[in-house]
Write a protein that binds this ligand. Structure first.
Ligand SMILES: [Fe+2]
Ligand SMILES: [Fe+2]
Length: 293
């Protein structure tokens, strides 16, 4: 028997989650600034000794396979790329959320992290290939965080998956979002949005989290980004990498083509890149002893 989560309850859950580190927050802010450059990223990482050590450990891990060790932070960041550095910073702070076994969705340990990483890569590729005005690194970060709300509400949904699926089949529920809302009074995009507010995430990322299943409702000036994440999420699920029982039980907004012009062969290319990049990134993270694996 599920119970509705009150506003106070969700705030309590959010308070129990660690805040992002100042450096992770600054990196996220920098990503949304179109005028930033790599020097800004280096400056932020430099001031965080733990993050500096992690970046150097990852760049020198066996998975990256460099012949000569990299000891300079500048070179490490330029080798890994900004998006991966932001991913490391956010992933480390929010490991508890990314790592969570999503029992309410009957997901397995690691499913959320894998799904988020695939969505991030797909969103970035979409932003790059479709000549959108959005920064591909920003699309990556928004993709990485889009489903963070699932970690917050998953426990409240325990034992509901089979009932939800049969009600979706009977068309009693339009999709998984309706089920979340009906059962516990809040869906995962809104739970994620509440967390984004508490974390003071940049508006663009907050908007992508909030509207990743309903991109037409996003703010006009951020809609391209939100559509990129919406499509990236669907590509990750189509590739067989969802977060459990809910996978593919969301609606794809057919109007995405108004915002994102991609030919079918380009979409196929995105899917291929997601596979290749995902394997590379996952190896780097696990080789560095990351807890997200
Ligand atoms: Fe979602
Ligand atoms: Fe998702």
């Amino acid at each position: 028997m599920t119970e509705k989560i009150s506003h106070e309850e969700i705030q309590k859950v959010i308070k129990s989650v660690p805040l992002l580190s100042p450096s992770a927050n600054q990196l996220l802010q920098a990503t949304t600034d179109p005028d930033h450059d790599q020097g800004d990223i280096v400056q932020i990482v430099k001031l965080d000794a733990t993050l500096t050590a992690r970046v150097l450990k990852i760049v020198n891990s066996a998975a990256i396979g460099l012949i000569n060790e990299i000891t300079s932070l500048e070179r490490a960041i330029s080798y890994l790329g900004e998006r991966l550095v932001v991913g490391i910073a956010v992933g480390d702070c929010a490991a508890q959320l990314f790592d969570k076994e999503l029992k309410g969705y009957e997901g397995e340990h690691g499913d959320l992290w894998r799904h988020d990483l695939r969505t991030a890569i797909a969103s970035r590729e979409i932003a790059t290939l479709s000549n959108l005005k959005i920064n591909p690194d920003l699309a990556f970060t928004a993709g990485l965080l889009h489903d963070i709300g699932k970690s917050l509400i998953s426990d409240y949904l325990q034992g509901t998956a089979s009932e939800v699926l049969s009600k979706i089949e009977n068309e009693e529920y339009g999709d998984y979002l309706t089920a979340e809302e009906e059962l516990i009074g809040i869906d995962h995009p809104r739970a994620g949005y509440e967390l984004a507010l508490a974390w003071k995430l940049p508006e663009a990322i907050t908007e992508a989290i909030r509207f990743h299943h309903t991109p037409a409702e996003a703010r006009e000036d951020l809609r391209e980004l939100v559509y990129a994440v919406h499509l990236g999420d669907n590509i990750a699920m189509l590739g067989g990498c969802g977060t459990g029982a809910d996978s593919m039980h969301y609606k794809l907004d057919p109007n995405y083509s108004q915002y994102i012009e991609l030919k079918s062969e380009e979409l196929a290319r995105v899917m291929l890149t997601v596979d290749v990049e995902f394997n590379k990134l996952e190896r780097s993270f696990s080789a560095a002893g990351d807890s997200n694996q």
